[in-house]
Design a protein around this ligand. Structure first.
Ligand SMILES: O=c1ccn([C@H]2C[C@H](O)[C@@H](COP(=O)(O)OP(=O)(O)OP(=O)(O)O)O2)c(=O)[nH]1
Ligand SMILES: [Mg+2]
Length: 144
């Protein structure tokens, strides 16, 4: 599929890094170095504006390499970009490590997965159909 995008950043358009990657890496569009102190969170601009078709969303997900090597996560992971959003795509990074983390122009800070989603109408009822699981959850299958 093709999606309309405005690129106000100094970076190339997001691209799939390998042939069958699910996500496209998003690059920071920051004029100056951003420092993330331990447990600090900052909204990082990408300079990208996208026009998703109705019925699609984009998820902003962490990169496992940054998480593993530097303890960098996304506070609202996965972030949701709505099809009717016309603002700048931003990434809410958090530093879970004990060291200061540096973000520079063009750094690949997150990845974006575009997916189809359902739109639901409620059928409000009094009783739901029975299942073996019933109300069991939150670890109820754990061995005692
Ligand atoms: O990681 C993110 C998450 C969201 N957004 C943008 C796109 C999204 O469509 C909009 C609203 O996000 P969300 O619905 O998650 O936030 P909200 O707190 O519910 O805000 P709103 O009341 O504007 O929906 O903010 C981003 O740029 N990055
Ligand atoms: Mg919302």
């Amino acid at each position: 599929m093709t999606i309309r995008i405005i690129n106000k950043s100094k970076n190339a358009l997001p691209a799939y890094e390998t042939a069958h990657a699910a996500g496209m890496d998003l690059r920071a569009n920051v004029e100056e170095t951003i420092l993330l102190k331990p447990m600090e969170r900052k909204l990082i601009p990408t300079g990208l504006y996208i026009e998703l078709p109705e019925g699609f969303e984009a998820q902003i997900r962490p990169r496992s390499g940054l998480a593993f090597k530097h303890g960098i996560g996304i506070v609202n992971s996965p972030g949701t970009i709505d099809a009717d959003y016309r603002g700048e795509v931003k990434v809410l990074l958090i530093n879970f490590s004990a060291d200061v983390f540096e973000i520079n122009m063009g750094d690949r800070i997150a990845q974006m997965v575009v997916s189809r989603h359902e739109k639901v109408n409620w059928d409000e009822v009094e009783v739901l159909n029975e299942t073996l699981r019933g109300e069991g959850g939150f670890g109820h299958t754990a061995v005692k």
